[in-house]
Design a protein around this ligand. Structure first.
Ligand code: SAM
Length: 274
C-alpha cells in the first residue's frame, strides 16, 4: 500500500493528478485493505479478478494469497506503475482496459474498490457476462448499494429485481471517507455478493430481459411496455391474466415474484427462450 505522501509523489513524478472522472480515490488504510482482502474466500491457485487496481492497495495484499490474479485497470499510467512495481510477481496479470468491455468466463471470484461513477454498470456487466461468477467483494459508495437494493419507488428497477432473485447481498462494514486519498465526498461500504442456491444464469438473463422491458417506460403500464416484446394484444392480455396481474399496473407495482412468474409464463408460451 502507498501512503498519502507516496501517492502525491507518484502523481508529481507523472506530472498529473488523481483523475476524479475515473473515480480515483485510493485506499490508504491498511486495516481496511486487510479486511476487504480477507473477506473474499479463495483457494490456492484460484483465478481471481480485480476491477480497478489503481496503485495496488488491494492488489499487493491479494497476490500474497497465493492465487492467480488478473487486474483490469483503465488508466495507462497506473497500469505502467503496477507492471513496474509487481514485475517479479508471476501470479499477477495486469490488463489495460475498460472493465465494461472485458469478459472472461473463467472467473468465479471478483473483487474491487469500484470506481463510483459506474458502480451499477459494473454490477450489471458481471451479472450479464460472467457466467461462472459465484462470489464478489466490492466497495462502493453507501448510497450506491442502497440504490441496488430498493424494491419500491423510483429507484426500483430491473437490475434490482435480478439482484434480489439471484444473489445474497451481505453488508460487511462501513469505510470512512478518510481512509482514502484523495478524500471523497462520502463514506463507503464493503459488501459481499454471492449467488443463491439453485442459481441459473440463463433464467437470470431472461428475468433481466423481461424486467427491463416492463421498466423501459416507467410511467407506462405493463400492457403497453409488453408491446415492444409481444406483437399480439390478446397474448399480452393472456400473459398478464395468467400471472394474476392487471393490465393497467406499472412495473414498480410488481413484486420480484411477479417478474419471475411473468418470465416463466413467457418461457412456457415460447415468447422468449433461454
Ligand atoms: N483499487 C484501488 C484502491 O483501492 O486504492 C483503486 C480504486 S479507485 C476507487 C477505482 C479504480 O478504477 C481507479 O484506479 C480507476 O482508474 C479505475 N477505473 C475507472 N474506470 C475504470 C474502468 N472503466 N475499467 C477499469 N478500471 C477503471
Amino acid at each position: 500500500m502507498l501512503n498519502k505522501d507516496e501517492i502525491k509523489d507518484f502523481f508529481l513524478l507523472e506530472y498529473s493528478h488523481a483523475k476524479k472522472e475515473l473515480g480515483q480515490n485510493f485506499l490508504i488504510d491498511e486495516k481496511v485493505i486487510n479486511e476487504i482482502v480477507s473477506s473474499l474466500s479463495t483457494t490456492e491457485k484460484e483465478e481471481v479478478l480485480e476491477i480497478g487496481p489503481g496503485l495496488g492497495a488491494l492488489t499487493g495484499e491479494l497476490i500474497k494469497k497465493n492465487i492467480n490474479l488478473t487486474a483490469v485497470e483503465y488508466d495507462q499510467k497506473l497500469v505502467n506503475f503496477l507492471n513496474n512495481c509487481y514485475s517479479k510477481n508471476t501470479n499477477l496479470t495486469v490488463i489495460k482496459g475498460n472493465f465494461l468491455h472485458y469478459k472472461d468466463y473463467k472467473f468465479e471470484k471478483i473483487i474491487g474498490n469500484l470506481p463510483y461513477y459506474i458502480t451499477t454498470e459494473i454490477i450489471e456487466h458481471i451479472i450479464k457476462h460472467f457466467n461462472n461468477f459465484k462470489e464478489g467483494v466490492f466497495m462502493v459508495q453507501n448510497e450506491a448499494l442502497s440504490r441496488l437494493l430498493f424494491l419500491k419507488g423510483k429507484d426500483y428497477n430491473a437490475l434490482n429485481v435480478v439482484i434480489n432473485y439471484a444473489y445474497n447481498i451481505k453488508k460487511l462494514f462501513l469505510v470512512s471517507k478518510n481512509s482514502f486519498f484523495p478524500v471523497p465526498n462520502v463514506d463507503s461500504i464493503v459488501f459481499k455478493m454471492t449467488i443463491k442456491e439453485g442459481f441459473d444464469h440463463k433464467f437470470n438473463l431472461a428475468l433481466l430481459k423481461v424486467s427491463k422491458t416492463l421498466f423501459k417506460l416507467r410511467r407506462k403500464t405493463i400492457y403497453n411496455n409488453f408491446k415492444t416484446m409481444i406483437n399480439d394484444d390478446e397474448t399480452i392480455k393472456k400473459v398478464i391474466q395468467n400471472c394474476s396481474l392487471k393490465q393497467n399496473m406499472r412495473a414498480e407495482e410488481l413484486s420480484v415474484n411477479d417478474f419471475i412468474n411473468l418470465t416463466k409464463e413467457l418461457l412456457n408460451l415460447k415468447i422468449i427462450s433461454l
